[in-house]
Design a protein around this ligand. Structure first.
Ligand SMILES: O=C[C@H](O)COP(=O)(O)O
Ligand SMILES: CC(=O)C(=O)O
Length: 205
């Protein structure tokens, strides 16, 4: 997966799948709004079934697996055939497994030392998580100094009002967020609102 592929995502909606059919409906609305990718987190028992169902029902949407926190979970998502796995952090075990696995991996970082560990593993892109509590735009500007070769996907605390500030930074390749896929929108079947929020996020301003 190239940096251009990731930057075409603009926003990676971070989805916690509580129900398979609703997740498929959600994925259709995101795709209809122009989204290129979705991150389905391994936070619920339904996650792997939802990943399979969305891959089958919305084949043009890239399905990534999120909240991959161990080598065992990485094995599961490799077996599920997803091209991209993301994590809120990175352990030595997970990093070693990911570098050896036939999958793209974006580990989470929160400190300069973690960025160095990720760079030492040969990876160039990491997820800054949780981005806003860590300092938001200011921490990304700070990391740009010592790590001009590293790119970030800030996630955590981004909203429809602030995500463009992140995308404008030269060291941000794409960003993650759940503002267009909230439980409230999904539970109320607000598919048109989700599509509209997705289209708004994909509109380059
Ligand atoms: O755990 C949270 C998700 O990764 C995305 O964060 P968010 O809900 O603040 O957008
Ligand atoms: C934090 C996040 O986006 C993840 O759990 O992968």
């Amino acid at each position: 997966m190239t940096v251009d592929d990731l930057s075409a995502f603009r926003v990676l909606p971070v989805v916690t799948a509580r129900e398979v059919d609703a997740t498929v409906r959600l994925a259709r609305a995101l795709h209809a709004g122009g989204m290129r990718a979705i991150e389905i987190t391994l936070r619920t028992p339904e996650a792997l079934a939802a990943i399979a169902a969305v891959r089958e029902s919305v084949p043009d949407l890239l399905v990534a697996a999120g909240t991959v926190t161990s080598a065992a979970e990485l094995e599961q998502v490799v077996a599920a055939g997803v091209p991209l796995a993301l994590s809120p952090g990175c352990t030595d075990e997970l990093l070693a497994a990911a570098v050896a696995a036939p999958i793209e991996f974006i580990p989470g970082v929160a400190t300069a030392s973690e960025v160095m560990r990720v760079r030492d593993a040969g990876l160039r892109v990491s997820k800054l998580f949780p981005a806003v509590p860590l300092g938001g735009v200011a921490i990304l500007k700070g990391l740009a100094g010592p790590f001009p070769d590293m790119l970030f996907c800030p996630t955590g605390g981004l909203t429809r009002d602030n995500f463009r500030d992140f995308l404008d930074l030269p060291n941000v390749v794409c960003c993650g967020g759940s503002w267009m896929v909230s439980d409230k929108l999904v539970d109320n079947a607000r598919w048109q609102d989700i599509e509209r929020l997705a289209a708004e996020a994909m509109a380059v301003s």
